[in-house]
Ligand binder design. Structure first.
Ligand code: SF4
Length: 485
């Protein structure tokens, strides 16, 4: 880190860790609160996190150093991993990464290059386990009224949001960029954020926690679509009820028409469904999407039925209507006019509804941080950046983020995704350009590092990092990696 005193700013020092180049007064911090002027010295405010793993901490971290022969346990101990959290940033980018640390692992000289990357090309993918309608695909997602992303393709039992990216960070107004940056950082640091969707719902999102849609905490993720639910539970309904309708915004299932019902010889009931019939017993678009039964907008399930066919239906016919999570359910008996009349549900059908509920997983929000380690960041690792990319693609270099495993996308560049709940708390920061600051570590054999043009003159042993004056170690108390409280 370069420190500079200028005649224009006596006693101030200039931080050169990002393009903002703050002048920082004694005792004060820079614009991002990550660097401060401590008695005339530029210091990184947060501790540099070095993970010391024990067996109780789980076995997902990359072993970095081990002093014992393997005793047969999957998790070696003790092991130490130098993360990039609190390590500092390299700017301008030709300078070597802040820490290039060597250690011997299983008789092989390894090196880990750590840096806090400044990412303007970054974003967050949010998976929200709910069938409730959050908003139309491509609708704008807002935080504090500012556009920060959009609704993207839904997945099985989950609604998906795509947030951030340069379009919102730097392509809109200054306020939009600032709010987007704050939103991404809070979500990445596992804080709760309220988002509103144009033409849709408001949702409170927090990594590892249930979503709160329009003020209601989501309890369960659906067991399957309406058709799948019919297939799974048909046998349990056989002989206990004449007809079952599983209400679902995607595919509503009808037992008597469904293949599962046919194989069980369940008789036709004369039921008439609204919506578009896909295949027997499977109906699309029985209602509009919403936050009611099965992700539809209905609160009265009879609204999706037409009149029963008098040729097949008969008075006394029984019918269960249930949503895909079992959250909603009603039981009906046809009267003499073949109209369904809601009636107390028999105990064995209540049990089947509870079984649907039991088979639903807890609804959670999943937050994946996604970023591209661009040419500049890679230059801090090697003077020939493309070789680092090739080394990652060839699986010679392992990429981690705060010690957590990442998924690196195939194709060009080093574009990765990481589950933020697997990272130590407070791993993310920002700079006011605006951009996110995220830890990234590259671990490889020392010989491979030399071959790809690494900054060999800056390699220092692990012991020096652990004991160095300029590094503050954070003894890690929490079981990392793993979901955070
Ligand atoms: S914003 Fe932070 S990193 Fe950038 S120059 Fe200012 S103090 Fe340094």
């Amino acid at each position: 880190m370069v420190m500079e005193t200028t005649s224009a700013a006596i006693d101030k020092i200039r931080c050169d860790a990002c393009p903002v180049m703050c002048y920082i007064k004694p005792g004060a911090a820079g614009a991002c609160d990550r660097y401060a002027n401590h008695e005339g010295k530029l210091v990184r405010v947060d501790p540099h996190v070095i993970l010391e793993r024990t067996v109780s901490h789980g076995g997902k971290l990359v072993p970095f150093s081990r002093t014992e022969d393997w005793d047969g346990k999957i998790v070696h101990e003790p092991s130490t991993f130098v993360t990039a959290i609190g390590a500092g940033t390299t700017y301008p980018d030709y300078k070597p990464a802040p820490f290039i640390v060597s250690a011997e692992v299983d008789g092989v000289d390894m090196v880990t290059v750590v840096t806090e990357g400044i990412f303007s090309y970054c974003g967050i993918k949010v998976k929200i386990d709910t069938d409730r309608y959050l908003g139309p695909e491509t609708a704008t997602v807002r935080a504090q009224g500012e556009a920060v992303g959009h609704v993207t393709t839904s997945e099985y039992g989950s609604q998906m949001l795509s947030l951030g990216g340069v379009h919102h960070l730097t392509g809109g107004s200054k306020k939009e960029g600032r709010v987007t940056c704050d939103t991404l950082m809070d979500l990445a640091n596992c804080k709760a954020v309220e988002l509103t969707i144009d033409g849709g719902a408001s949702v409170v999102v927090q990594a590892g926690q249930p979503p709160i849609v329009n003020g209601v905490k989501e309890e369960r993720m659906r067991v399957g679509c309406g058709s799948a639910t019919i297939g799974m539970f048909a046998k349990q309904w056989h002989g206990k009820v004449d007809e079952v309708v599983v209400v679902d915004d995607h595919i509503t299932g009808v037992l008597s028409e469904h293949q599962a019902g046919k194989l069980l010889d369940i008789a036709d009931t004369g039921i008439k469904m609204k919506g578009r019939r896909s295949t027997p017993g499977r109906y699309f678009q029985v209602a509009d999407p919403g936050t009611g039964w099965g992700g539809t907008n209905i609160s009265d399930p009879l609204a999706i039925l037409g009149p029963f066919d008098a040729k097949e239906a008969k008075a006394g016919l029984t019918m269960l209507m249930v949503s895909t999570t079992g959250e909603h359910s009603s039981y009906y008996v046809l009267d003499e006019a073949l109209k369904p009349v809601e009636t107390e549900m028999p105990a064995d059908l209540k049990f089947s509804v509870e079984r649907i509920q039991e088979n639903c997983e807890p609804a959670l929000c999943t937050v994946l941080f996604m970023a591209g380690a661009g040419g500049s960041l890679r230059a801090g690792v090697t003077d020939n950046p493309v070789r680092l990319t090739r080394s990652v693609k060839d699986a010679l270099t392992r990429v981690t983020s705060g010690g957590a495993p990442v998924y690196v996308w195939p194709g060009g560049g080093i574009t990765y995704m990481v589950d933020v709940t697997q990272m130590p708390a407070g791993a993310f920061g920002y700079v006011p350009t605006p951009a996110l600051v995220a830890p990234i570590e590259f671990t490889m054999k020392l010989s491979d590092y030399a071959a790809l043009g690494g900054h060999m003159d800056y390699v220092k042993p692990l012991s020096e990092v652990q004991g160095g004056d300029d590094v503050r170690q954070l003894p890690w108390q929490n079981p990392i990696p793993g979901p955070r409280a």
